[in-house]
Design a protein around this ligand. Structure first.
Ligand code: NAP
Length: 259
């Protein structure tokens, strides 16, 4: 399917690994000019080289911590008028709410709520003027199915979800959409590090922990990042202008509710 976005420009935050990298790959494969941002230069260079090798696309990278003003400014300097914005950053660590300080909460809000809101603030009016814009926020299935140990993530991401729920309706008439995509369990570094922590907490090995996790997923497996990237690319396509304000869960059927 031709997604109708060849030649458009995109910022992909957290684009050097996992779900962000897969989204950058899918966009580049559809002819989108991509700027990927992350903190480690080494992984950025590797990801950019891989994406170019696989897609022949136009890929640039920016070393940036997207939770900081300086980091966001550096990304926006490289791509001041994106047609597509993928908001993404690392998730907060699991834990017990009794041990979380104000500083822990602020870090979670910066990474999983405010960085996305400030990128939207910097780019949305340009999208409205140009009558095309696609914003995708990578959040988590925890938005629909929260568990206590991921409370920092649940709280921050629910804040972003509420904010864009209203804003998306306000800008839809300009062909600017804002959606959230909620990963369940995708085979990335982040998932492995969470499973290592849970394995240690439950005094089992990683393989046992992962086998238990797979058993809880109706599809019987973890998702592959390219499956996630394909959904994000479709939501960014010219064909997806009538999808907005949605929270689309990709979890192999794990969320048990109808809606
Ligand atoms: N994978 C899953 O199953 C799953 C499930 C639920 C939710 N999620 C959420 O989805 C998001 C992506 O997950 P993932 O599995 O793709 O994670 P990942 O494999 O750890 O990749 C995270 C990417 O974000 C970058 N990043 C992290 N913090 C950043 C920051 N402050 N500024 C700029 N870049 C930053 C990382 O590069 P640097 O470290 O070099 O900056 C990397 O490129 C996370 O918020 C995660 O919590 C994932």
């Amino acid at each position: 399917m031709d997604l109708g976005i060849a030649g458009r420009s995109a910022i992909v935050c957290g684009g050097s690994a996992g779900l962000g990298r897969a989204t950058a790959m899918a966009l580049a494969a559809d002819g989108v000019k991509v700027v990927i941002a992350a903190r480690s230069e080494k992984r950025l260079v590797e990801a950019a080289n891989d994406i170019v090798a696989e897609t022949g696309g136009d890929v640039r990278w920016v070393v940036a911590d997207v939770t900081t003003d300086e980091g966001r400014d550096a990304v926006l300097a490289a791509c001041p008028a994106p047609d597509i914005l993928i908001n993404n950053a690392g998730g907060p660590p699991p834990g017990d709410f009794r041990s979380w300080s104000r500083e822990d909460w602020i870090k979670a809000l910066d990474a999983n709520m405010l960085s996305a809101i400030f990128f939207i603030k910097a780019t949305l009016d340009g999208m409205i003027e140009r009558k095309f814009g696609r914003v995708v926020n990578i959040t988590s299935h925890m938005v629909k199915q929260p568990v206590a140990i991921l409370g920092l993530s649940n709280g921050a991401r629910a804040g972003l979800t509420g904010f864009v729920g209203g804003l998306s309706r306000d800008v839809a008439r300009h062909n600017v959409t804002i959606n959230c995509v909620l990963p369940g369990q995708f085979d990335t570094d982040r998932l492995k590090s969470n499973h290592l922590r849970f394995a240690a907490a439950n005094k089992v090995d990683l393989e046992t922990m992962q086998a238990n996790a797979r058993r809880g997923i109706p599809a019987g497996r973890f998702g592959q990042p390219d499956e996630f990237g394909a959904m994000c690319a479709f939501l960014c396509s010219a064909k997806a202008g009538y999808i907005t304000g949605q929270n689309i869960i990709l979890d192999g059927g794990q969320f048990p509710g109808l809606l």
